[in-house]
Design a protein. Structure first.
Length: 158
């Protein structure tokens, strides 16, 4: 009986030491930076497109064309409109392989803003996404929003 009582007191301490020791070992592991290979990237699906260029982890010339879902609050009608953004630049891909840039652009008299993102992964490819929100202007009843997300294809930088 005394051995069992001693074991009951030691077992929780051993479990705590195992958990703390395991997490300390896991956080000490080296993680390689996600690759961000130089090149031109693009993807076309229907008439929606994302294009950008990467050199030394710097993402430049990010451009896109996408469908937005629009709603006319005056008539109650829902419909699709195109929105095009171009020359969105700024910054480098992070150590984790992520680049993002907030933007505001005008297309067809409609001002839209959103977020352009690129994610570089190990062994799963490169992904590009864009979101846009184009609220109704002072003389408009049309609210629009959209989102696209593509697995990108890579070509030469030249």
């Amino acid at each position: 009986m005394p051995k069992r009582a001693r074991l009951i007191h030691v077992l929780p301490l051993a479990l705590i030491a195992l958990v703390l020791g395991g997490s300390a070992l896991a956080s000490a592991r080296y993680v390689r930076p996600a690759p961000a290979p130089d090149g031109r990237y693009g993807k076309v699906e229907g008439h929606e497109v994302i294009l950008f260029k990467v050199r030394d982890r710097k993402v430049t010339d990010f451009s896109f064309n996408m469908d937005m879902q629009c709603h006319n609050t005056d008539t109650g009608e829902d419909y699709v409109r195109d929105f095009t953004g171009h020359n969105i630049d700024g910054g480098r891909a992070t150590f984790n392989g992520h680049w993002d840039q907030n933007y505001t652009q005008t297309d067809g008299g409609r001002e839209g803003s959103g977020l352009a993102e690129v994610t570089f992964t190990r062994g799963r490819g490169v992904y590009g996404s864009v979101s846009v929100v184009a609220p109704a202007g002072p003389e408009s009843f049309e609210d629009c929003h959209g989102f696209i997300d593509f697995k990108m294809d890579r070509g030469p930088l030249s």
